[in-house]
Design a protein around this ligand. Structure first.
Ligand SMILES: [Zn+2]
Length: 103
């Protein structure tokens, strides 16, 4: 079985078609590059640090990305989020151990 045949059987049509395009461009020596998105307001690269749906350069309240995110989360900071997530994970682990013991 060739790769083309295998793709026809095991991969949805559109996905196969996309793969074919990628393989054809790779064969021609063209590889896709990572698309850098830039902010439409300040034309900076949008990253987690500079803000993706928020622009800290043109924010009228002069907030930093982290401040804005904290406001979005209702006052919970990144640290608190992480701590709460770890707490939940620990509880789950504990529960899993207890379940194993009881059964
Ligand atoms: Zn911006």
């Amino acid at each position: 079985m060739t790769l083309d045949q295998w793709l026809k059987v095991n991969v949805p049509k559109t996905t196969g078609w996309r793969l074919q395009i990628k393989m054809a461009s790779a064969a021609a020596g063209v590889f896709p590059t990572r698309r850098d998105r830039t902010c439409t307001l300040c034309s900076q690269r949008t990253t987690r640090a500079t803000g993706q749906s928020f622009c800290q350069v043109s924010d009228p309240q002069n907030r930093a990305v982290e401040q804005w995110l904290t406001e979005l989360r209702g006052g919970r900071t990144e640290k608190e989020m992480l701590r709460d997530r770890q707490r939940v994970d620990r509880k789950k682990k504990k529960a899993a151990i207890l379940n194993k013991k009881s059964s």
